[in-house]
Design a binder for this molecule. Structure first.
Ligand SMILES: [Zn+2]
Ligand SMILES: [Zn+2]
Length: 442
């Protein structure tokens, strides 16, 4: 079979399993699970792959998995990624009444398209007409919404990074992978680059006293207040970059109004388009916060953690995406890199190590992460998305995988995994200022 025949065969196979794929998408929508808790979701997806005769390696980065479709012929390894986690949005009308979880970012479509693509690629004769290997990877925890749970997993040594893809990379799941593909649910066909981010958890320590006798205490809120002001004044340093975002909140601000607060906690995200920008934001942030601690004689503890890396989509893969969409839906409007996204996705981490694509497919209605979000067109979110993912894999691996081999060459410009891990780890730190901490007896 040539490429066009392969694509027809795969799409026909997905259509033949139409009800099964649609039902699976709805089933996962009905059972949303938060990051690193996608036990049922991963289990059901793995069962589906096992029904196709595949061997599934489970429990990678807690709930992730990988199953390989090997052509038996030498060639590139293409990873197809399927995110699995839901959002925490209890105000959504369809949210789980107990956990508040809901697939308001459409990740149920992502794991469905992975299963659907696997069904299509299992059609008779397809792998026999391709070279290389397809790695089907179920990915946990793209959204990181439960800091206490993630912290516990870190303390137990079960994870090292908050997001699922850097964690899977660390676990060696992508060691042999040359190209990574995933598509995200949305309202259009588009591909855009994204910011990366660092996460900051900050604690100011002061000294409690009766609020009517503030001279006997040291107010930790005052230090936090000054720090936020200093941080705001750092804007001159990065204002030339219109996509930098620095935002945070006070997560603990004292216990009683008549007590000078001795402990204040804040949570921040720093978003920027390059590791260099993230490093600069991090430095300015720490100076602003430590400087405020110095000025007001509190102490300041800052934990800095890698969130996700900036996403740079491969131009060659963008063209391949454009071709596949045009064939599946002739006349569809497709925009490539027209709207840089100040948001973040850990697909950025994949793009640090291999040529990657993070495209969008339509079929959802309402803004993502909002109570209005819903699956408007299941034909698109479950079936078309499956066909798109499968067809892109075929583009890369059909015949002797000529296209795949060419695009895999881009891997030479990417970071080797140990170097990538070193780079993102270098941005992490846990500091205390002053180093001796808050002098209790003052
Ligand atoms: Zn999201
Ligand atoms: Zn998402």
């Amino acid at each position: 079979m040539n490429l066009q025949e392969l694509k027809l065969q795969v799409c026909r196979e997905i259509d033949r399993h139409r009800e099964e794929v649609l039902d699976f998408g709805t089933e996962i929508w009905d059972h949303p699970e938060l990051g690193y808790r996608e036990v049922r979701t991963a289990g059901r997806a793995a069962e589906k792959l096992e029904e196709l005769g595949l061997t599934v390696k489970r429990g990678l980065a807690v709930t992730g998995f990988r199953a390989d479709m090997d052509t038996g012929r030498e060639g590139p390894v293409v990873a197809l990624l399927g995110e699995m986690d839901a959002l925490l949005l209890p105000t959504h009308p369809a949210a789980d009444p107990v956990t508040g979880a809901i697939h308001a970012c459409g990740h149920n479509c992502h794991i469905t398209s992975l299963v659907g693509a696997a069904i299509g690629l299992s059609a008779a004769g397809v792998l026999d007409s391709c070279s290389g290997k397809i790695a089907l990877v179920g990915v946990p925890a793209e959204e990181t919404l439960d800091p206490a749970f993630v912290k516990q997993l870190r303390a137990e040594g079960k994870i090292r990074f908050d997001c699922g893809k850097p964690e899977l990379i660390r676990c060696g799941v992508f060691d042999d992978v040359d190209i990574a593909l995933m598509n995200h649910a949305g309202g259009d066909f588009s591909v855009n680059d994204f910011n990366g981010y660092l996460r900051k958890e900050i604690t100011f320590h002061g000294k409690s006293s009766h609020a009517a006798l503030p001279q006997e205490g040291i107010n930790a809120i005052s230090a936090a207040n000054l720090a936020q002001h200093a941080l705001a004044l750092t804007k001159d340093r990065w204002t030339a970059d219109p996509y930098v975002r620095v935002h945070g909140l006070l997560s603990h601000a004292g216990d009683a109004v008549n007590v000078v607060p001795d402990r204040v906690e804040l949570s921040y995200m720093l978003r920027g388009g390059s590791p260099q920008m993230l490093a600069m934001l991090s430095r300015l942030f720490d100076r602003a916060f430590n400087g405020a601690a110095y000025a007001l004689e509190t102490s300041c503890e800052i934990e800095t953690r890698h969130g996700s890396s900036p996403l740079k989509n491969s131009d060659a893969l963008c063209e391949l995406y454009r071709r596949c969409v045009s064939e599946l839906l002739p006349g569809a409007r497709i925009s490539i890199k027209t709207n840089y996204q100040p948001g973040c996705t850990d697909m950025g981490d994949m793009s640090m190590i291999v040529p990657s694509l993070h495209g969008y497919f339509p079929g959802c209605e309402g803004p993502c992460h909002s109570p209005e979000f819903r699956i408007g067109n299941p034909e698109q979110t479950y079936l078309l998305s499956s066909k798109l993912l499968a067809c892109m894999a075929l583009e890369l691996l059909a015949g002797d995988a000529e296209t795949g081999r060419r695009i895999a060459m881009e891997k030479k410009e990417k970071l080797p995994i140990p170097e990538y891990l070193k780079q993102i780890s270098a941005l992490e730190s846990h500091t205390l200022f002053p180093p001796e901490g808050f002098p209790e007896k003052r």
